[in-house]
Ligand binder design. Structure first.
Ligand code: DAH
Length: 334
């Protein structure tokens, strides 16, 4: 019968196309071509069934269903084959091959030093406090007993921020020292006080191997009854030894700061060389008066240390500018 021959041809062609399909996409176009609802070739076969005479019809109808079932089953079968083949290719991945090592970063040496200082001073009983980097003249100078005509207040020696001044209504500058935090702390707390504050300070100095216009300081303040200079020296030498090593020596040289009396410069010695690390002294009675403390009742010591100095010594870095040149080696782990 002519019709049945067409069915045979349809089935053979469909099966050949199905087995030739390499992936799910090709298989889908084969499906559309042969079994597609709209324009698939199966539609022609369906028409032939319609045209069959009454005696032929049961046989033709049965054969039509068989052909459609065979082709549909073959399609499904092949789909399983091609999709599992593609997962097999993925599992060719060799898990024993060495992988790409992720590049680990590390904290900047200055940040690491700050964290170590906090930890050390915490162990000596000092609480860490923070202060703002934008300051007013009261906290940066006046309450610290730095009079209006003092050279440290020269506008050329400070970063005054004119737009901030417009909002604040009085001069605003980037703090030139962390001593500001002594004032802020005493203004809001009663003695005894034992704090450190670590952070950035700004000065328009000429940049060279030893100074930068932004650097970090650690400020310390201890106020109580009968605080002595001997305690100051003990705290600073314990601190220096804990950080730089047990053989480190420290010495005080007489100096002057408006907010301490007496005042000293602090040096540490490691090996044969002395290095200046900052200033210190006994809190000046005028500073106590400015924050409402009674200098007859309490005494205190204060110190301000340059963090980069320590950090350079510790890591063997000879130029402060290296810290701030975005050299990625400072941030990578070897
Ligand atoms: N603020 C001083 C500076 O930046 C350092 C300093 C000296 C801080 C003596 C102190 C101090 O607390 O007592 O140069």
């Amino acid at each position: 019968m002519q019709i049945l021959t067409s069915f045979e041809a349809f089935q053979n062609e469909a099966l050949t196309a199905i087995s030739g399909a390499k992936d799910a996409e090709q298989l889908e176009s084969v499906r559309v071509e042969f079994l597609g609802q709209k324009n698939g070739r199966i539609r022609e076969l369906q028409k032939l069934v319609g045209q069959a005479g009454p005696e032929e019809k049961p046989l033709v109808g049965k054969r039509f269903n068989e052909v459609r079932t065979v082709v549909t089953a073959a399609l499904e079968q092949r789909l399983i084959q091609v999709t599992s083949a593609s997962t097999e290719t993925k599992s060719d991945f060799d898990v024993t091959l060495p992988g790409d090592r992720p590049r680990l970063g590390t904290l900047h040496p200055v940040t690491q030093t700050i964290m170590e200082f906090r930890e050390l001073m915490g162990r000596f009983g000092f609480t860490v406090v923070e202060g703002p980097e934008l300051e007013d003249e009261h906290h940066n100078f006046e309450a610290l007993n730095i009079p209006e005509d003092h050279p440290a207040r020269d506008p050329l020696d400070n970063f005054y921020i004119s737009c901030a001044q417009v909002t604040a209504g009085s001069p605003v500058l980037l703090r030139s020292q962390t001593s500001t935090v002594q004032i802020r702390t005493m203004e809001t707390s009663v003695p005894p006080v034992r704090i450190v504050s670590l952070g950035r300070v700004y000065r328009p100095d000429t940049i060279d191997a030893t100074q930068s216009c932004m650097f970090h300081q650690m400020e310390g303040l201890m106020v109580d009854r009968h605080v002595t200079m001997a305690q100051l020296k003990t705290v600073l030498s314990l601190f220096a030894r804990s950080f730089l090593g047990p053989d480190v020596e420290i010495r005080f040289r007489p100096s002057f700061f408006p907010f301490t009396e007496p005042s000293v410069e602090v040096d540490v010695k490691r090996g044969d060389t002395w290095m200046e690390i900052g200033g210190a002294g006994m809190v000046d009675p005028n500073v106590f008066r400015a924050v409402g403390y009674d200098p007859e009742e309490v005494s205190g010591f204060a110190f301000g240390l340059g963090i980069e100095r320590f950090c350079m010594k510790h890591y063997g870095i000879d130029d402060i500018r290296r810290f701030y040149e975005n050299d990625l080696r400072f941030l990578s782990q070897f």
